[in-house]
Design a protein around this ligand. Structure first.
Ligand code: CA2
Length: 145
């Protein structure tokens, strides 16, 4: 396995993917997405470590961990914390690693409260609105960095 690593961090409620609101988020589960990421990552020469938590501070801890573990890049779907979390903004700025913001839906076409992204203030790129393919496109962008 490659020693080059891409970390994929998923925030609150994304553990429910594939079970609720399929009209917005589709039918793929997070495990399905993780498997696709692992396969595409292997083709690109990267190990993909895909995680999910419902807790803001755990996302902050994992971002800090990325800095010490020679991670090539981070893909971050912070879920609703995208729109609320100055702590995540500060963590992304602090780790000095490329972070790509990922969303299944396109938050800018949804409710106004989803239009602001604190993650986007520090991320190097944002891939959104492609369903599970958002993660694959983001992985390809990350691999090319
Ligand atoms: O489109 C995305 O990926 C979002 O990050 C998803 C978040 C939402 O708060 C962001 O505005 C956009 C919500 C994730 C909730 O995931 C669910 C999955 C299945 C059923 C219910 C919620």
């Amino acid at each position: 396995m490659s020693s080059r690593k891409i970390l994929v961090l998923n925030g609150p409620n994304l553990n429910l993917l594939g079970t609720r609101e399929p009209e917005i988020y589709g039918y793929a589960t997070l495990d399905d997405i993780a498997q696709r990421l692992a396969a595409r990552g292997a083709e690109l020469g990267f190990a993909v470590d895909c995680r999910q938590t419902n807790h803001e501070g755990v996302l902050v801890d994992w971002l800090h961990e990325a800095r010490t573990q020679q991670v090539h890049a981070v893909l971050l779907n912070a879920g609703a914390y995208t729109h609320t979390s100055i702590a995540l903004l500060d963590a992304i700025r602090a780790i000095q690693l490329p972070v790509i913001e990922v969303h299944l839906s396109d938050p800018e076409t949804r409710e106004p409260f989803r239009h602001l992204s604190y993650v986007g203030m520090a991320a190097v790129d944002c891939i959104k609105g492609l369903g599970p393919d958002s993660y694959i496109v983001a992985l390809e962008r990350a691999a090319a960095l």
